[in-house]
Write a protein that binds this ligand. Structure first.
Ligand code: FAD
Length: 470
């Protein structure tokens, strides 16, 4: 099944999973004499809660999900769906209060202290979760602490929501309906526990050891890991792992790094890491012989065997890592497809693996186009940054028949994605991965279509709430 078909199926499944428990509560005798607006407000609350619960399924790092739908797409969907869920959950009290002011009692600490206190916590926690997620960088919140707080607040909101609907009991009078909703909440919280507890426990059984740490280029290091004992984790070329360089897999320092080595030899995994922040700037100090843990593989940056004429790889800076894994794997599998690699860097000193790329060109039908923004005087390659006319010149004349893999900084990816789309390459022949998790999938035609899809889902949810209320 092509990627766009898988995405459509996933969106349809999502809508069914959110709406089914809403309409299921209508089964059996229920009191529905409270008027349209009250029922509408109640339905918005149910839908918002179900969407909040599903948020943790989207980020539970199930390898199959990210390999099939793409990590960028999953994160972007999670982000947009979170905003819709936030609006629906907040609309729940607003609509109820507008329809009947006696609902203020729910927020009155004198009326029922615990109930009011917990509902007020939700009303405060929801904007906090949205604001800190959308503007984490600007608020200078370290990623790891943000992730911990995000997960804790999300679990708290879902828990309070569950207690709220089961205590109010309207629509959930019978035990089986309560069990259904508690099951949804348990699945949501279970996904968080799966990532935070089950996965590290499993990783603890299969530790890796750091076997080499070598400088590769300016502020860029190669790190190789091997399983301490037991079987290595197999992966497809182009995928990434969440890696922990620590004695325990429960460490909050867990970073995504693409595998640079060949998929034909999973026993030895090489990562190439660029010093870009707090953790990565200490990567060269990781001691050889120390422990590490990998969790994965993830990501859909793979080459499908879809009959494409050849492969175009566009890498910017450290985006070369998954691309190199693809090239090394193609060589090891004696793949005869023609490959064009466009490899862009700011300076020659920052360009990792230049010698190896030359050697790879001997074993593969590979054309390497090197692009340097700030080249030395004797440079006779392309001068960056990459632009549309350069791409038109260096890409094959029939790009729509080639498969494209793009990985690099966001502005470069935006330009390349837009250009090759305009040159007629169908979305199913473009694989891309952003290393900047904040910008994951935020740009490009695929991102726009995800935004539109989630907006459409939001409209569908409001329409379903209205239908429920009639
Ligand atoms: C799918 C994917 C594959 C990647 N592959 C590579 C690679 O092969 N080589 C490489 O050098 N870099 C890679 N990165 C980027 C790398 O993960 C970040 O540069 C690194 O995590 C930054 O951590 P820091 O503490 O040094 O920087 P910080 O200054 O703390 O963070 C800089 C930014 O990096 C992101 N980030 C930080 N920590 C994490 C984390 N634990 N998980 C996710 N994002 C985080 C955040 O957006 C943050 O704002 C990849 C990123 C992704 C999403």
């Amino acid at each position: 099944m092509a990627r766009h078909q898988r995405l459509r199926l996933a969106v349809l499944t999502y809508a069914v999973v959110v709406l089914t428990p809403l309409f299921v509560v209508l089964i059996g005798p229920v009191d529905r004499d409270r008027g349209f607006w009250i029922e509408f407000g109640v339905a918005l609350g149910f839908i918002g809660l179900a969407m909040l619960g599903l948020q943790s399924v989207l980020t539970a790092r199930f390898g199959g999900f990210s390999a099939s739908l793409g990590q960028d797409a999953l994160l972007q969907f999670h982000r947009q769906a979170g905003i819709v869920a936030f609006v629906l959950v907040l609309a729940h009290p607003v609509v109820l209060l507008a329809a009947n002011s006696s609902y203020w009692a729910y927020l009155d600490l004198r009326d029922n202290f615990l109930r009011a206190a917990f509902l007020i916590i939700v009303l405060v926690a929801l904007p906090v979760i949205i604001i800190t997620s959308l503007w984490r960088d600007r608020l200078r919140i370290p990623y790891e602490w943000w992730r911990l707080g995000h997960g804790a607040l999300a679990v708290l909101i879902v828990l309070i929501g569950l207690v709220h609907i089961t205590r109010v009991r309207h629509y959930l009078e019978s035990g089986w309906k309560q069990a259904l909703w508690i099951g949804i909440g348990a699945a949501a919280i279970g996904c968080v526990l799966y990532v935070r507890v089950v996965t590290p426990l499993r990783q603890r059984r299969d530790p890796y050891v750091v076997t080499s740490v070598e400088p590769l280029a300016d502020r860029t290091w190669s790190i190789t890991l091997e399983p301490e004992e037991g079987q290595p984790t197999s992966f497809a070329a182009g995928q990434f792992h969440f890696v922990t360089f620590d004695r325990t897999p429960f460490s909050i320092e867990q970073h995504p790094f693409s595998v640079a080595s060949t998929a034909a030899e999973p026993n030895q995994i090489e990562f190439a890491v660029k010093e870009l922040g707090d953790f990565t700037s200490t990567i060269g100090e990781v001691p050889v012989g120390s422990r590490a843990f990998v969790q994965g593989p993830h990501g859909s940056l793979q080459l499908p065997d879809d009959g494409a004429r050849g492969v175009v790889l566009v890498a910017g800076g450290i985006g070369i890592t998954p691309v190199l894994s693809i090239l090394r794997t193609l060589r090891d599998r004696r793949d005869e497809r023609p490959v064009v690699l466009v490899y862009a860097n700011r300076t020659i000193g920052e360009a990792a693996y230049r010698d190896e790329l030359r050697r790879l060109a001997d074993g593969l039908d590979l054309t390497v186009v090197e692009v340097i923004d700030d080249p030395p005087p004797d440079w006779n390659g392309e001068r960056g940054p990459i632009n549309r006319s350069m791409l038109e010149r260096v890409l094959p004349p029939d790009p729509a028949r080639w498969h494209h893999v793009i990985c690099g900084p966001s502005p470069m990816m935006e330009l390349v994605e837009r250009t090759i789309e305009e040159l007629g390459v169908p979305l199913d022949r473009i694989e891309s991965e952003r290393f900047d998790i904040g910008a994951a999938g935020a740009i490009g035609r695929r991102a726009t279509s995800i935004r539109r899809t989630v907006l459409g889902l939001g409209v569908l949810m409001v329409a379903a709430a209205a239908l429920f209320a009639i």
